[in-house]
Ligand binder design. Structure first.
Ligand code: SF4
Length: 494
């Protein structure tokens, strides 16, 4: 076959036997501009036979074109990694430029099929961002794509059946070599070159306040430990990483898996952090917990949410307050610091909930003073089967992305000033005041900037308040925290 890629040479790729038909990588308007700038006379079409994927340039904003939307780009590139390398070889040999530069320059924002008849199969085969648009595809076909929601000809929203969840291990390895790693390896309390990594996706539980349920449908998929350890070893040897924050939704899903991963990570000598469930970790044997610590696990974040069994039941958390206390005590033996996150402001009775949660936190701190406390205000994430606190219909959510990006909704999502109808200002203020006292009395070990004198000053100023339970209006602590520039976990993260 031939393609009008260049004026003097047909582009073909017969070496790989890819030319059984005319499906292809389409070079359209934006690529055409690039090729023209590079002195090529004409853009056209490169046919890649049985490769079902077409890369489509879209009207991406300048920001995207500049490659700032790396997340999107990585998603596309990793999905295309295998083909991408072949493209690269091809471009290098024939056109003297590299496919990754092409992707950068055209601001690829999606993968679509060039042949509409192939799209449903391709959509299953290539679970990446699908840029389906009305120009390339018949709307009737939208119905056959699992995981897609769209507006039909009458403007009504249609939700198709869910797409099966895939394990991170099912995808090609991330093409880390295509990024400058410097901005992504940060000093943290874990290590001087900390990376993030996600080794599993989803969670089998159904807590009715949690956004993970919505996308994972209470399913989870785990990457084989062998691969996780191999990728981290590679990152260590290539970029010198010495610590990891795992961003798995629920890191501890199976004890045998956890043990194997710990054994494989131990030789890497990295410190690491992750998120888990209290009941799961509590059920692990001493041997597994020891191995976890030996492998470098120094802190685990637990969403404990509340000390009230009634509220935990209402949240469908499948957890009991006695388990929360038991783990606080037991995990000390293994030198792992638990980070307990509490949700304040139960919509049924926000005042009572705040009072009781504060009391429970004090109890937890007595059992294990090293526990780090995270104070959260309940902000609902809409659920298909009813949202915790029976708050459905009480909030008018934005209808556009632009509105979500306003200060009002930014503050809602990061829970600083969510403006909830069931949470009176004075209760929100009490929650904030309690957090200020807690963060002064027990400054987090994660704050590397905090000097020793600052820690002592905050603890001295706040100890009488904590001892007497006087939390209201801690103006002196607010002033001290500003002066010392205490770490703001809601704004500062990897
Ligand atoms: S809160 Fe935690 S345990 Fe519950 S569904 Fe979400 S990720 Fe899973």
């Amino acid at each position: 076959m031939a393609a009008g890629y260049s004026s003097d040479e047909a582009v073909s790729y017969d070496a790989h036997g890819w030319h059984r038909d005319q499906r292809g990588l389409c070079l359209r308007k934006r690529q055409a501009d690039i090729l023209e700038r590079q002195g090529k006379s004409e853009a056209g079409r490169i046919s890649l036979g049985d490769d079902l994927v077409a890369i489509k340039p879209v009207g991406a904003p300048a920001k995207h074109r500049a490659g700032e939307d790396l997340d999107e780009k990585l998603r596309v590139e990793s999905t295309l990694a295998e083909q991408g390398d072949r493209f690269a070889q091809h471009f290098q040999r024939r056109g003297h430029h590299h496919v990754s530069e092409q992707l950068d320059e055209i601001g690829v924002a999606g993968i679509g099929a060039d042949d509409e008849g192939l799209l449903p199969e391709m959509a299953d085969e290539w679970p990446a961002a699908l840029d389906v648009d009305r120009h390339t595809m018949n709307r009737a076909r939208f119905k056959s794509i699992r995981g897609l929601s769209f507006k039909d000809d009458f403007g009504l929203t249609v939700h198709n059946a869910d797409r099966p969840l895939r394990s991170p291990g099912d995808f090609p390895a991330m093409p880390y070599h295509r990024l400058d790693p410097k901005p992504y390896l940060r000093p943290t309390f874990l290590g001087s070159r900390t990376t993030v990594y996600q080794a599993s996706i989803g969670c089998p539980y159904q807590c009715n306040f949690c956004g993970v349920v919505g996308f994972s449908g209470s399913r989870e998929k785990i990457e084989p430990p062998e691969r996780t350890a191999a990728v981290l070893a590679q990152l260590k040897s290539d970029y010198g990483i010495n610590a990891v924050q795992f961003y798995d939704n629920n890191f501890f899903l199976r004890e045998d898996h956890t043990r194997e991963l710990a054994e494989r990570m131990a030789p890497l000598k990295m410190q690491w952090w992750c998120e888990g469930r209290v009941d799961t970790v509590l059920s692990y044997s001493d041997e597994t917990l020891r191995k976890l610590r030996q492998s470098g696990c120094v802190m685990i974040f637990f969403g404990v949410e509340s000390g009230s069994d009634e509220i935990l039941r209402g949240m469908k958390k499948q957890l009991k307050s006695e388990q929360i206390l038991a783990l606080a005590k037991r995990i000390r033996e293994f030198d792992i610091v638990p980070e307990y996150s509490f949700i304040f402001g139960n919509p049924d009775d926000a005042e009572r909930d705040t009072r009781e949660t504060i009391r429970f936190i004090r109890k937890v701190k007595q059992i294990n003073p090293e526990i780090e406390i995270v104070v959260q205000t309940y902000v609902p994430t809409p659920q298909r089967d009813g949202t915790y606190g029976k708050v459905d219909g009480k909030i008018q959510y934005p209808a556009t992305l632009e509105e979500w990006a306003t200060d009002r909704w930014y503050n809602f999502t990061i829970r600083t000033d969510p403006q909830l109808p069931w949470l009176p200002r004075r209760i929100k203020r009490r929650i904030d005041d309690f957090e200020t006292v807690m963060r002064s009395r027990w400054p987090t070990i994660q704050d590397m900037r905090l000097p020793g004198w600052g820690r002592v000053m905050l603890q001295s100023l706040s100890s009488w308040r904590y001892a007497l339970g006087v939390y209201d209006y801690p103006i002196e602590l607010e002033w001290a925290q500003k002066m010392i520039k205490l770490r703001q976990p809601r704004f500062e993260s990897l």
